[in-house]
Design a protein around this ligand. Structure first.
Ligand SMILES: Cc1ncc(C[n+]2csc(CCOP(=O)(O)OP(=O)(O)O)c2C)c(N)n1
Length: 373
């Protein structure tokens, strides 16, 4: 039996009836299985998953999470002062990155520290790297629910064998996604993130550009590498905050290339942006309605949240919605003082490109040098 099926069956046999998740590209098949077997809550931030599972548990449900190792970092306070404090049960399936066949260097620190971190928090953990080890899952789950504990199942990518390569886009039903998007935004996407980014590139020249993690970085590097580009290779949800920090401390123009999933992970930064109101800051948000970099799983921006209204609601006054290259050109040409928020509605889809061939040190030094000049 496939490892994904063994995990799902173990959770079902132990009465788990609610699963919350936030995607990682290495567990796309497991993610796809979950809505078929459990009531499923797709998350905007891992931390909220801890809250939802706590509430579900108070209401008598048996809930579990599936998140990436980096996302465990976002849950720490809630795990301690909520789940553990009130002695609520919580099994967490963790896609353990940075420990095996890792292509993204930014995954390595969190992957390395995760076991020590869990030990320090006195959270039980089981490392799973071989499908034969999965037979232990059911018994451990039994204990989690009997003894009201938190337990992390660390899923080493080795567990999935060769099959985790080339698994892009298995979840997406593109037509359906676009229809959903249109219902709320009243505007149809015409172009992908890459195509819109290509149209924006002439306007990025000479500016500090902070770029959202994943495919956006690879696409930006390919379209327009410049030393003033800060490629975020990890720390999802932080691009706008980094851009804000730069903008508040330089006279130079700053553009943040954002994604819907990442904005929704930390929307509070929009409030801080409105509050501090740097005139030299523009957020350029490519809203493709999905977590594009992890296999196109829909985000809450797909058919629910209108990110332009979200930004306005938080107090950002100069907001724009565009879907075509012409509209984007026009807005960028006539852009006044910031903070500006450009909501660029896009189709899902990535361009397959190699990773950004720069080390974290090179990226940092280039940007620091540019900001000093
Ligand atoms: C804290 C955390 N959770 C999950 C991930 C896995 N992850 C990497 S990129 C990404 C999707 C980002 O989606 P979005 O911001 O909408 O950008 P897109 O790729 O669609 O352009 C996810 C979920 C991560 N790196 N960090």
């Amino acid at each position: 039996m496939k490892p994904e099926r063994v995990i799902v069956d173990s959770f079902k046999r132990k009465g788990v009836n609610l699963m919350v998740s936030l995607p990682c590209e290495r567990v796309q098949r497991l993610l796809a299985e979950i809505p078929r077997h459990f009531r499923h809550v797709p998350l905007s931030r891992e931390e909220e998953g801890v809250g939802i599972c706590a509430g579900a548990s108070l209401a008598g449900a048996r809930a579990g999470m599936l998140i990436q190792s980096s996302g465990v970092g976002n849950t720490i306070n809630a795990l301690c002062s909520l789940t553990k404090f009130y002695q609520l049960p919580l099994p967490i399936l963790v896609s353990w990155r940075g420990v095996y066949d890792e292509r993204i260097a930014a995954q390595i620190p969190m992957g390395k520290y995760l076991p020590k971190l869990l030990d320090a928090l006195e959270i039980g953990r089981t490392e799973l790297a071989d499908p034969r080890e999965l037979s232990a899952v059911e018994d451990i789950l039994g204990k989690v629910f009997e003894e009201n504990t938190v337990h992390a199942f660390l899923l080493n990518p080795k567990l999935w064998g060769e099959n985790m390569r080339g698994m892009e886009n298995i979840v997406v039903e593109r037509k359906e996604l676009e229809e959903q998007q249109h219902k709320v935004l009243r505007i149809r996407p015409h172009f992908t993130r890459f195509q819109l980014m290509e149209a924006a590139v002439p306007y990025l020249e000479g500016k500090a550009v902070v770029c959202n993690l994943g495919y956006p970085c690879k696409e930006l590097y390919h379209l327009k590498h410049q030393k003033s580009n800060f490629y975020m290779l990890g720390s999802m949800g932080m691009a706008s905050a980094v851009g804000l920090g730069i903008a508040l401390n330089t006279q130079k123009e700053v553009v943040v290339v954002e994604g819907d999933g990442s904005i929704l992970m930390n929307p509070s930064t929009l409030a801080t942006t409105a509050l501090t109101a740097p005139r030299n800051l523009t957020l350029l948000v490519f809203d493709n309605g999905v977590y594009g970099s992890t296999g196109n799983q829909p985000t809450a921006a797909n058919g629910y949240a209108d990110l332009e209204l979200v930004a306005r609601g938080f107090g950002i006054k100069n907001t724009y919605k565009v879907a075509t290259k012409d509209q984007l050109h026009r807005v960028l040409e006539e852009l006044g003082e910031g903070p500006n928020f450009i909501h660029a509605v896009a189709k899902p889809g990535n361009v397959e490109l190699p990773n950004v061939p720069l080390s974290s040190r090179e990226i940092k030094e280039n940007v620091v040098e540019f900001l000093k000049s």
